[in-house]
Design a protein around this ligand. Structure first.
Ligand SMILES: [Zn+2]
Ligand SMILES: [Zn+2]
Length: 296
């Protein structure tokens, strides 16, 4: 018996064995991984393994832990529940089975025949791990909003805090919570999110704000504020005129994402530097897509 145990450990990385016992809850959403054994994943960081419920939470964890060394990423075979390397799995995107933490489902199979038989019964299309991860980041913001909406319905009594700007958020919160960058220096791209539990999260940019939203999908957002690119005053990020692209290098990302309180100011910027005016949802979706490009 003991010998069999040793052989097992020799055959696969120790982290893969009984991963649910050692990582019972997804660190991103808190869900029970036993219940999501069919979609669970395990990131084998050099710094220690992290078990998640799904590719959605795996994407969020990889985005926040860019500094960590990833040795291998494992995913459950949807057919047999056994963990297999995510890169060699046959992925299925879409279909009529509702996804985990996502509207557009992403499943992994060890055998191509199992994936094809799933598609015959439920729809969806074959994909690689890379394509499934790309789709995960494309869907990330709308999935966060979906989870937030569901949580809000479970606690309708949650109070909204006033959305007014801080007196001087740069003095109060000098550094970005995620990358540590100086928010005074990046006053033209900084953001401040207020959650309805009373907490505030200061960041350098929409990139780092995206990470915070991905890590806190259940929290209600009571205010999303961003520094006006020209005046640096905090403005309502959801009502701002955002400029995507242009020749100015972005903050924490290559593609620029700048907010203007005034449409004319945004148009002036575009005349000089290029880019186009988009809404908050579009700029946030772009921030997640760019996160994936950096992770690759
Ligand atoms: Zn999760
Ligand atoms: Zn940052």
């Amino acid at each position: 018996m003991a010998l069999a145990g040793c052989l097992l450990i020799g055959a696969a990385p120790a982290a893969v064995i009984e991963d649910i016992q050692s990582n019972p809850a997804c660190p991103i959403c808190g869900m029970d991984r036993q219940q999501y054994a069919h979609s669970r994943m395990l990131i084998d960081y050099k710094e220690g393994p992290v078990g998640t419920c799904s590719i959605h939470c795996t994407g969020a964890d990889l985005a926040v832990n860019r500094h960590k060394r990833v040795r291998e990423v494992f995913v459950a075979d949807h057919a047999g529940r056994r963990l297999i390397p995510a890169t060699s799995a046959v992925w299925v995107i879409g279909g009529d089975r509702s996804g985990v933490m996502t509207q557009r489902a992403k499943w992994a199979f060890e055998k191509k025949a199992d994936a094809e038989s799933f598609i015959r019964d439920h729809g969806g299309s074959l994909a690689t791990y890379d394509a499934a991860m790309k789709a995960t980041f494309e869907d990330m913001y709308s999935d966060i909003k979906m989870v937030r909406e569901r949580s809000r319905r479970q606690r309708p009594e949650a109070a909204r805090t006033p959305a007014g700007p801080d007196v001087d958020d740069r003095r109060e919160h000098r550094e970005c919570k995620y990358c540590g960058m100086d928010r005074e220096k990046f006053g033209f791209s900084r953001m401040l999110i207020r959650y309805d539990d009373g907490t505030a999260v200061p960041t350098c940019s929409i990139h780092c704000t995206g990470i915070d939203l991905a890590l806190n999908p259940h929290k209600g957002v009571s205010a999303s504020l961003v520094g006006d690119y020209d005046t640096r005053a905090l403005i309502d990020a959801e009502a701002a005129f955002w400029v995507l692209g242009g020749d100015r290098m972005g903050v924490m990302s290559i593609r620029g994402k700048w907010a203007f309180g005034d449409r004319k100011a945004a148009e002036r910027f575009i005349k000089e530097h290029g880019g186009s005016i988009v809404a908050y949802d579009t700029i946030m979706k772009a921030a997640f897509e760019d996160m994936y490009e950096i992770l690759r």
